[in-house]
Design a protein around this ligand. Structure first.
Ligand code: FE2
Ligand code: FE2
Length: 246
């Protein structure tokens, strides 16, 4: 039994979105997902997909993408990404009812893997605009957008706390935290997300969203304050799922 994670499948079986426009790694990437997930994940394993599943805007436009995910081996747990327009937070119970026994939508709830509670939310990071001087030194950023980001982060933290507390009330003391956005932005060393991970004693923080070699180093990778931070963007991993727990 093992726990794996992979993010940003960006499927488009029903949408006209040729992904190779984003680089060679995306050419026929759905075949790579099928191949590598098929080679790695066993039926008894758990695979957490950390958001940006589908280019479809509404649920009927995502059905084939979700059906593709359903056909992958193992128990599939899905997290919301910024592109997952089909999934409004309030609709989570309805999605879980409809896909019961096939897919689990992780939001304002938790899943269990061995003696770990898996909690997760989309997260949020301020991504600019940043202003630089001619030498590339940071001189400022968009204050209005930064203030808005702060509100979104607070909302995401409240959702996360609610999930952690549910898991705690059910007796869980070991946690893995899943985010779609990186836990910190390029200006931060810590954030409300690293703080809540430390507060609840999460052993790993798993995130994706960062695309392209220039963005892979945007946030924490490796061990920080005793917690393992794992970037699992599909292109970063060349669509090979990352082992989170054996
Ligand atoms: Fe993405
Ligand atoms: Fe994303």
């Amino acid at each position: 039994m093992a726990l794996y994670a992979l993010g940003d499948l960006h499927l488009s079986f029903q949408a006209d979105k040729p992904m190779e426009a984003f680089g060679r790694v995306w050419k026929h990437h759905e075949k790579k997902i099928e191949k590598y997930v098929g080679q790695t994940v066993k039926p008894e394993d758990t695979l957490v997909l950390t958001g940006d599943h589908s280019w479809g805007r509404k649920l009927p436009e995502c059905r084939e993408d979700l059906a593709f995910i359903e056909r992958l081996p193992g128990r599939k747990i899905l997290l919301r990404g910024n592109h997952d327009m089909f999934w409004d937070v309030k609709k989570t119970p309805r999605l879980n009812e409809e896909y019961a026994g096939r897919l689990f939508f992780l939001q304002n709830n938790f899943a269990v893997y061995q003696d770990y509670a898996l909690v997760g939310t989309k997260g949020y990071t301020f991504e600019g605009p940043f202003y630089l001087d001619p030498w590339g030194n940071l001189t400022g950023w968009d204050e209005e957008k930064a203030a808005r980001a702060e509100k979104l982060v607070a909302r995401e933290i409240a959702r996360l706390r609610y999930s952690f507390e549910q898991a705690r009330a059910a007796g869980y003391r070991k946690f893995i935290l899943f985010l779609h956005y990186p836990p910190t932005n390029i200006l931060e060393e810590t954030s409300p997300f690293t703080e809540i991970a430390e507060e609840y004693g999460a052993s790993s923080v798993v995130y994706s969203h960062c695309h392209g070699a220039k963005r892979y180093g945007d946030s924490i990778r490796g061990t920080f304050h005793g917690i393992r931070y794992l970037l699992v963007s599909g292109d970063y991993l060349e669509f090979k799922p990352a082992l989170v727990l054996p």
